[in-house]
Design a binder for this molecule. Structure first.
Ligand code: ZN
Length: 132
């Protein structure tokens, strides 16, 4: 596993949050992207070598809508970049981690992504991502 690629933050209103984080970081987001399969609209800020991803639900069944219903807005996941997502998933599975999707799926920002269930990682949703 390499560096932290990004930290995902669940927000209710991404336009509003884009403004808040733009004034916090003193720079604008560099892209917005909708991921239909996940029911989310995302925006990305580049901060040094890391990124912050804001996520807004686009429908009530989106994992982000469910997260906000349960816990409110806030840190949703930590994403780590990996060189070879398939072999990393295999390694983590062998270590006993609960993998949410063993087949990597296309995530935002040109990545293949896999999520680990928070129940096997002390309540933290972990995302692995490999550049496409
Ligand atoms: Zn993410």
């Amino acid at each position: 596993m390499n560096k932290i690629e990004h930290i995902g933050i669940a927000v209710k209103d991404i336009e509003k949050s884009n403004k808040i984080f733009a004034s916090l970081f003193h720079k604008k987001h560099y892209k917005m992207e909708e991921v239909l399969s996940e029911g989310v609209k995302t925006s990305f800020f580049q901060i040094g070598e890391n990124k912050i991803e804001l996520l807004e639900a686009t429908n009530p069944n989106s994992p982000i809508a469910k997260f906000i219903d349960k816990k409110g807005e806030g840190v949703h996941h930590i994403a780590f970049s990996v060189d070879d997502i398939i072999s990393e998933v295999k390694r983590l599975k062998d270590e006993g981690f609960h993998i949410l999707n063993e087949t990597p799926k296309k995530g935002a920002d040109n990545k293949l992504v896999v999520f680990l269930h928070p129940k096997s990682t002390n309540g933290v949703l972990i995302e692995l991502c490999e550049d496409i």
